[in-house]
Design a protein around this ligand. Structure first.
Ligand SMILES: [Zn+2]
Length: 252
């Protein structure tokens, strides 16, 4: 059985039998893996706090020929997202982890996806505000999946949005349109103001730890939340479990 060591992000765990856990984790080099952590529910010696969702960890695992499930040997905490988190931030941690899990097919490594996830953990750990960070994460995640529409120009007439009074997102068509083109098409979609478009333009340039430099007025944040939720629902063809938790907390 070959032993692999890797930088990883823990996505989720669930119970297996009396004492074990199944751990879903995203490695930097070999994509998403699903492994058995033996006795993880009885003893915290080998896994400690390394199995909490969205933890950055150094892991070692054995792969078994012809089997999808690996054996997790250890998971050593590198960075926890929980350092300065309130209750809302905890719910967002679950949301980020679920989005990463849904976006990472098994056996298809993407170092960019790993780096995006890892940068979210680091940003949370240094106290970057979680709501703008969530909009930033959704934006980049959908971009890496190739499903984020161009937010610079109208998909119909080509007019640049920064000269216009906002735009409309048509999630089913994955297009942003200027107001006249949206009206002409008979579909209004989700409104996105000029300030929200400015946030997106900034998010395409700024690393997450510098997100506080980007203005994100509350209204713009809410517009992007609605726009991204619509895009994610169309892309995944369902709503995420963690969105229901956020909704119950009044975050959505
Ligand atoms: Zn147009």
């Amino acid at each position: 059985m070959p032993l692999y060591t890797a930088e990883a992000l823990i996505l989720r765990t669930y119970k297996l039998g009396e004492a074990d856990r199944i751990v879903v984790f995203l490695t930097r080099d070999r994509g998403k893996k699903r492994g058995v952590a033996r006795a993880a529910r009885r003893s915290r010696v080998r896994f400690g706090a390394g199995l909490e969702p969205l933890t950055r960890a150094d892991v070692a695992y054995f792969e078994r020929e012809g089997r999808d499930l690996v054996w997790l040997n250890y998971a050593e905490l590198v960075q926890s997202p929980f350092r300065a988190c309130g209750e809302a931030a905890l719910a967002y941690v679950g949301y980020f982890a679920e989005l990463l899990d849904e976006s990472a097919p098994e056996g298809d490594p993407s170092e960019r996806l790993f780096r995006l996830g890892a940068s979210m953990v680091d940003a949370l750990a240094v106290g970057v505000p979680v709501r703008p960070l969530a909009r930033y994460f959704e934006y980049w995640l959908l971009r890496l999946q190739g499903v984020y529409p161009s937010h610079l120009r109208c998909s119909c007439c080509g007019a640049r949005f920064d000269e216009a009074a906002g735009a409309w997102l048509l999630p089913g068509d994955r297009e942003f349109r200027c107001p006249p083109c949206a009206v002409a098409g008979g579909e209004r979609g989700v409104p996105v103001s000029r300030e929200a478009l400015a946030f997106l333009a900034g998010a395409s340039r700024v690393p997450p730890e510098r997100l506080e430099e980007l203005p994100c007025p509350e209204r713009a944040g809410r517009e992007l939340q609605a726009a991204h939720r619509a895009l994610i629902t169309v892309h995944l063809e369902r709503e995420l479990r963690s969105v229901r938790v956020l909704t119950d907390m009044g975050e959505y």
